[in-house]
Design a protein around this ligand. Structure first.
Ligand SMILES: Nc1ncnc2c1ncn2[C@@H]1O[C@H](COP(=O)(O)OP(=O)(O)OP(=O)(O)O)[C@@H](O)[C@H]1O
Ligand SMILES: [Mg+2]
Length: 400
């Protein structure tokens, strides 16, 4: 079986509440921790990379309130944010993408350094940029670089850097909102579901034409979560569009039809989660699908079906999930390595694999991850946390 892991390792410095982090990710990773621990901030660091590459760095920062909100607030006042991602591309090559953004005295910011290397350092295409200057590159010609932008945007014009750009911009981040999914939507690009489900009718329409088998699968799983729903499809309403659901009703000869406007929160959220996970088609397959609390508004009995979809999808696309749900995690087959424990200590978010005591209990099948969560017994490994505080020689910006 091929491994769907796209992001293998994430190293962060001073991203929001995360002072330091160095963790590895799996095909399916669950981020588990209390409210406010920093799970969403971790996902947001990855989302930030995508936003800065699809639009501009300026936009990605200002959407988040500016660099001052993005960098970590602390007494030490670090004045920069660094992100390093170790990746595996579709063709099996490993790759690295890293950048560091620093605040300038005049209140603005600059990209202090940026590095990209595909297929091992010095063995494939690479470049290194410092404060708007290209200092190393495998390529004879390189587009103009400015310190207020990520150079990968322009470098994606070169065929050799295109695969890493395409993969990083093909990450999907979801926090589905039934209220938005219920409103009439403007027909738009439906190749990739947007973060809160604002284009779900267009995505369903696009899937019907490009990958009807995926739409069937979505309908099938939707039925296991909400048994009375028979199917759903896109429906045009004047210049707008929405979803129409068919619902079996005892005694009625034909199923009743309901527009999204009249569907329950849980049904819409479940549909959004299923669409986020199963939207891959010939035109587009997400490199990573990150979903915030997919179990929200779902009945505990639906957790098994949701877990099954997560497992199935993770064979093809890397999946990252934040969760508080003992029900979702109540499965003896969930492996200790797929859990990242997130805690907040002295105002800093810390992320690490589970400690030995939790692992032993899981290995001996004494409890499931969900049961440990319910007992508040999922603890991060202290030694792994301490190791993250030591300088990491393979972190690009270490010691700079
Ligand atoms: N720039 C920053 N510097 C330091 N801390 C920050 C910064 N921005 C946000 N935070 C902290 O991050 C916390 C929120 O973290 P986050 O939203 O990731 O939590 P979460 O684990 O997703 O929680 P929930 O389960 O409730 O969604 C805030 O309470 C705030 O204290
Ligand atoms: Mg959150």
């Amino acid at each position: 079986m091929t491994d769907s892991t796209f992001i293998r390792r994430v190293i962060l410095r001073s991203y929001k509440s995360i002072a330091r982090c160095d963790i590895t990710l799996r095909p399916l990773t669950y981020l588990v921790g209390q409210n406010g621990a920093g799970k969403s901030n971790f996902l947001d660091a990855l989302h930030f990379v995508r936003d800065a590459l699809t639009g501009t760095l300026d936009n990605a920062l200002s959407e988040r309130g500016g660099l001052d909100e993005v960098r970590r607030r602390s007494s030490g006042h670090p004045n920069h944010v660094s992100i390093q991602l170790d990746l595996r591309l579709n063709d099996g090559r490993t790759a690295l993408y890293a950048f560091k953004i620093g605040a300038l005295p005049n209140g603005s910011y600059e990209v202090q350094s940026e590095q990209c290397a595909i297929g091992g350092l010095g063995q494939g295409p690479y470049y290194k940029i410092e404060r708007g200057n290209l200092v190393q590159s495998s390529e004879a010609t390189f587009p103009a670089v400015t310190p207020d932008r990520l150079a990968l945007v322009a470098a994606s014009g070169l065929t050799v850097f295109r695969p890493i750009y395409d993969a990083l911009t093909a990450m999907g981040f979801y926090n589905l909102n039934p209220k938005v999914m219920r409103e009439l939507q403007k027909p738009q690009d439906g190749r990739l579901l947007k973060p809160v489900g604002e284009n779900i009718a267009s995505v369903v329409h696009h899937l019907k034409r490009s990958a009807p088998q995926q739409l069937d699968l979505i309908n099938e799983y939707l039925r296991t979560v909400v048994p009375m729903i028979q199917s759903m499809e896109r429906k045009a309403v004047g210049p707008m569009e929405t979803l129409e659901f068919r619902q079996a009703v005892a005694g009625a000869k034909h199923p009743w039809r309901f527009l999204a406007q009249n569907m329950s929160d849980g049904t819409l959220r479940a549909l959004g989660v299923l669409t986020a996970l199963l939207q891959g088609n010939a035109d587009y397959s997400p490199s990573l699908i990150a979903i915030e609390e997919p179990e929200t508004a779902l009945h505990p009995a639906a957790s098994g079906a949701l877990r099954e979809v997560l497992n199935q999808v993770a064979k093809k696309n890397q999946v990252l999930v934040t969760s508080h749900s003992p029900d979702l995690l109540d499965d003896m087959d969930i492996d200790a390595d797929s859990i990242v424990a997130v805690i907040s200590e002295e105002g800093a978010t810390k992320l690490a694999p589970l400690d030995q005591a939790s692992r032993d209990m899981l290995r001996q099948h004494l409890f499931s991850v969900g049961e440990l969560l319910r007992m508040n017994q999922l603890a991060p490994d202290r030694a792994a946390l301490d190791a993250q505080l030591k300088p990491q020689p393979d972190f690009f910006f270490e010691g700079e």
